[in-house]
Design a protein around this ligand. Structure first.
Ligand code: ZN
Length: 211
C-alpha cells in the first residue's frame, strides 16, 4: 500500500468518524431545564437541533403542602401579618420574606381574574426619597389574582419579571399549581411574597398554624 492510498484511506475514515459524531450529537434528546426561563437549552427540532432561549413557561411539580410556598416552616419567614402596618392595615395579608426566585403556588383552584406587570419598585410617598410613587395598579408589581367559583379570591404579589410569561399563560389554576417566583417588584423594600385573601375561610392550614 503506497503512501497516497494510505493518506486517502485515513482521510475518508476521519470524515466518516466526524459525520457519525455529529449525527450522534444531534440525535441526543437534551431536556430543557424545568426551572427558570431565562437560560438557553438545546431542543431537538426535526432532524437537527437548535440553540434557543427557552421561551415556554416552565412547569414545576405541584405543591401539596397547602401553602403558597413549599418551605418546611413558612411561619418563621413572616415579616408582616394581617391587619398590621404599614401596608396591611386593612388587609387579610401576609408578607413572607424569602429569597428572590422562590417558587410560589396557588393555595386553591380558581380562575385568573386579574394580573399586573409593573416591573419597577416604588413607594407611596415622595418623602421617602424614591424616584417613583406607586399607583394602585403598580403597588403589587408583577402579580396575579385567583378567584374561586364562590367569589373568594387570593392575590400573590411582587413576582419576578420572568414570571410574566407564566402568569399570562394561566387562565384556570389548580390547587398547588406553580404560578411564579418571588421578587421585590412594586411597593416593596425587599424580596417577599405578598399573599392576600378576601375571606378568612380560605386561610391555608400551613398559615393557620402560625397564629
Ligand atoms: Zn404585603
Amino acid at each position: 500500500m503506497n503512501k497516497k492510498i494510505l493518506f486517502l484511506l485515513s482521510f475518508f475514515v476521519t470524515i466518516i468518524f466526524f459525520a457519525l459524531s455529529v449525527k450522534t450529537l444531534y440525535a441526543q434528546d437534551v431536556q430543557c431545564p424545568t426551572e427558570g426561563n431565562t437560560s438557553t437549552c438545546t431542543t431537538q427540532v426535526g432532524e437537527g437541533s437548535v440553540e434557543s432561549p427557552e421561551t415556554n413557561p416552565p412547569e414545576l411539580p405541584p405543591n401539596n403542602t397547602n401553602s403558597p410556598l413549599n418551605l418546611p416552616d413558612i411561619c418563621s419567614t413572616i415579616s408582616q401579618g394581617p391587619y398590621q402596618g404599614p401596608s396591611h392595615q386593612n388587609l387579610l395579608a401576609w408578607d413572607f420574606a424569602v429569597p428572590r426566585g422562590t417558587p410560589v403556588y396557588s393555595t386553591f383552584a380558581g380562575t385568573v381574574t386579574r394580573t399586573g406587570q409593573y416591573q419597577g419598585t416604588c413607594k407611596w410617598s415622595k418623602n421617602d426619597n424614591y424616584d417613583k410613587w406607586c399607583s394602585p395598579t403598580e403597588k403589587y408589581g408583577i402579580w396575579i389574582e385567583i378567584q374561586r367559583s364562590d367569589g373568594v379570591f387570593a392575590r400573590y404579589a411582587h413576582f419576578t419579571p420572568e414570571s410574566i410569561a407564566k402568569i399570562q399563560s394561566l387562565s384556570k389554576v389548580s390547587e398547588g399549581e406553580f404560578i411564579g417566583w418571588v421578587d421585590s417588584t412594586g411597593l416593596s423594600t425587599g424580596n417577599h411574597l405578598h399573599y392576600q385573601l378576601s375571606d378568612i375561610s380560605v386561610v391555608p392550614d400551613a398559615i393557620k398554624a402560625c397564629q
